[in-house]
Ligand binder design. Sequence first.
Ligand SMILES: *[C@@H]1O[C@H](CO)[C@@H](O)[C@H](O)[C@H]1NC(C)=O
Ligand SMILES: *[C@@H]1O[C@H](CO)[C@@H](O)[C@H](O)[C@H]1NC(C)=O
Ligand SMILES: *[C@@H]1O[C@H](CO)[C@@H](O)[C@H](O)[C@H]1NC(C)=O
Ligand SMILES: *[C@@H]1O[C@H](CO)[C@@H](O)[C@H](O)[C@H]1NC(C)=O
Ligand SMILES: *[C@@H]1O[C@H](CO)[C@@H](O)[C@H](O)[C@H]1NC(C)=O
Length: 420
Amino acid sequence: MNTRDRWKVYKTMSVMFFLAVVTLTVVQRGSVNIGAPFELETQARVDASVGLEPGVALENKVGSYRGIKDFWKISKHKQQLKAWVSTHEGRIAEDRTRTHPRTWDVTSSNCSANHNLSNQDWFRSLEDNFKQFMLYRHCRYFPMILNHAEKCTEETYLLMAIKSVATHHDRRDVIRKTWGKEQVVDGKRIKTIFLLGKPANEAERANHQKLVEYENYIYGDILQWDFLDSFFNLTLKETHFLKWFHTYCPSVHYIFKGDDDVFVSVENIFEFLQTSNHEENLFVGDVIFKAKPIRKRENKYYIPQALYNKTLYPPYAGGGGFLMDGKLARRLHWVADTLELYPIDDVFLGMCLEVLQVTPVKHNAFKTFGLVKNKSSKLNREPCFFKSMIVVHKLLPSELMHMWNLVNRDLVCAQKVTIL
Ligand SMILES: *[C@@H]1O[C@H](CO)[C@@H](O)[C@H](O)[C@H]1NC(C)=O
Ligand SMILES: *[C@@H]1O[C@H](CO)[C@@H](O)[C@H](O)[C@H]1NC(C)=O
Ligand SMILES: *[C@@H]1O[C@H](CO)[C@@H](O)[C@H](O)[C@H]1NC(C)=O
Ligand SMILES: *[C@@H]1O[C@H](CO)[C@@H](O)[C@H](O)[C@H]1NC(C)=O
Ligand SMILES: *[C@@H]1O[C@H](CO)[C@@H](O)[C@H](O)[C@H]1NC(C)=O
């Protein structure tokens, strides 16, 4: 190589580096807005369900707010523990004689639309997005694009499984620096993975796939499947994660599963798990009881009668963040395989739990449907409040970093805090 060639190579490299920086900047700016409309709609869904007014509920509870340190330890979970134990005899037990595949055994994504439906009246009356869902509902599993078979081969105490999408590079980045950091605490190993599908939009697919692959090359923590990341495909993400977990993670004790825009206190998760003996059927989160399916067509969570005709949903935990034990996750995988897919992922998981006769437990330290309706309320920015929580939903990456730093510095919180 002569000097001229070297200069050429150097120039090309510089231009490529510059382009990468520009792309990343654009990506990060762009993705900040993507989650915003979703936020309001999540709120709307909760407001419409029976007996659920997050703001009101919180105000009642803050009255009984004990010393901030043990606030989340107590609550009601002692009484409810009895309920789990008495219901733990599920109808579907894990069949130990079944052979467990050691690898992801799906290699073809060749699943064609079910056109049998198109001559049925109820199908023709559906909105387009439900038609799309129904046409591909029978396509249960897709191949993996990025896998980490090695992720939990060692004994792991807590696996953090975080739903993300290709464009959210910045959110993953801040999670890796804060609550999703892989580490060993008191001899207990914490591992983190991000769950991705393919970007639903062509341009994003072209621009972000290489970046995702590069990010994965550096951090080794991305699982990606060959299905489109769309709202109705979130249930696929759930079932694919359960299957993956069942295949590759024989010795994980607990799973935290959540969104990529939440604040999580790992310290409080540890303390929660250690204060009681959660041997089996642990499923705890921001649980909604007696939610009604939404029948207003304008709502994002609208469900036509043809898809679900009962008046109430089974109890389910908000998908923003919940904890479960590894054994239950394995049983959930078997049940999920026997049920038809339902377009709302957290409700689908509630349906699986119902089959297992496991009642999810509501805990006040999980705030996945928002803290208070009033967005400008001081509570949403109060570090002592965050310090006492396990999950709090909806923070931008910069807000998450800021709150993390506040909470993890020498924050002094009064024993009794009156925030509202
Ligand atoms: C996909 O499936 C269809 C029908 O089952 C078949 O005709 C086609 O050859 C398959 N394509 C590939 C790439 O396997
Ligand atoms: C469509 O109908 C045919 C004939 O009844 C059946 O064999 C096939 O399995 C159906 N396809 C799907 C995807 O359900
Ligand atoms: C889910 O992903 C599959 C595979 O990419 C796709 O064919 C299907 O249309 C998607 N479903 C929805 C409802 O977006
Ligand atoms: C509700 O749906 C189930 C299964 O789709 C069906 O068997 C049942 O007849 C339906 N009930 C009513 C009242 O429509
Ligand atoms: C929201 O909270 C702020 C600060 O606590 C208060 O000034 C404002 O009046 C509240 N807005 C509503 C609509 O309650």
